[in-house]
Design a protein around this ligand. Structure first.
Ligand SMILES: [Zn+2]
Length: 174
C-alpha cells in the first residue's frame, strides 16, 4: 500500500489524467506484502472500472492506495526497445507524449490509434498496447519489470493529444 503523501499525489495525478480526457483505472501492484487486492497475484492488474472524469477519479482514488493504469481507449502506446526508441524520440521531440521505463530502457510513444500496424511494431521488437482492453502503468509507477516509469514528454506539452502522423502533403491540404 502507498503511504498517505504518496497516495495523495497519485490521486491528484489520476484526477488530472481523467479531467484531461485520458481514461484511467485503479491498478493493484503486488509488492513484498503481497497484492493490495488481497490475493496472491504476481503481476500488476486492474481492480476496477475505467474512470473518465476527474470527479469520479477523486472518489475512486480516495484513500484507496491504488496505482494508476492509463487505459488505451483514445491512443495506442507503442513500446519500443532503445535502438528504435531513441531514434524515434529524436524525430518526434516534444510533439509526441513519450515515457520511458528505465529498467529495460523501453520507450513508450502515445500515438493516435492505428498509427503504426502491430506487425511493424513487432518486427522492431516492440509491443503495441491498444484498444479499450489495453493499458500501461502510468508514469510515476514503479514495477519490477519496468523500474520507475517517467514522462520524457509530458502530455500537457501536446495539449493532451496523442501524436498524429502527418506528412508535408497532409499539412498543406489539411
Ligand atoms: Zn491482486
Amino acid at each position: 500500500m502507498l503511504d498517505g503523501r504518496r497516495a495523495r499525489k497519485v490521486r491528484e495525478q489520476a484526477i488530472r489524467y481523467a479531467a484531461n480526457g485520458w481514461p484511467v483505472a485503479p491498478l493493484a501492484m503486488p509488492g513484498d506484502g503481497g497484492c493490495p487486492c488481497g490475493n496472491g497475484c504476481v503481476e500488476p492488474h486492474l481492480v476496477g472500472e475505467v474512470v473518465r472524469d476527474g470527479v469520479q477519479a477523486s472518489v475512486v482514488w480516495d484513500r484507496s492506495g491504488w496505482g494508476i493504469a492509463l487505459v488505451t481507449e483514445n491512443y495506442d502506446v507503442v513500446d519500443l526497445p532503445p535502438e528504435y526508441g531513441a531514434l524515434l524520440n529524436q524525430q518526434l521531440r516534444t510533439t509526441c507524449p513519450t515515457a520511458m521505463a528505465p529498467l529495460r530502457r523501453r520507450w513508450w510513444f502515445f500515438l493516435v490509434p492505428g498509427s503504426i500496424p502491430a506487425a511493424q511494431v513487432a518486427r522492431a521488437g516492440g509491443v503495441l498496447h491498444s484498444g479499450a482492453g489495453g493499458w500501461v502503468p502510468a508514469p510515476g509507477t514503479w514495477t519490477e519489470t519496468t523500474g520507475c516509469i517517467r514522462w520524457l514528454v509530458h502530455p500537457y506539452l501536446t495539449h493532451w493529444r496523442p501524436y498524429q502522423r502527418r506528412d508535408a502533403i497532409d499539412r498543406v491540404f489539411l
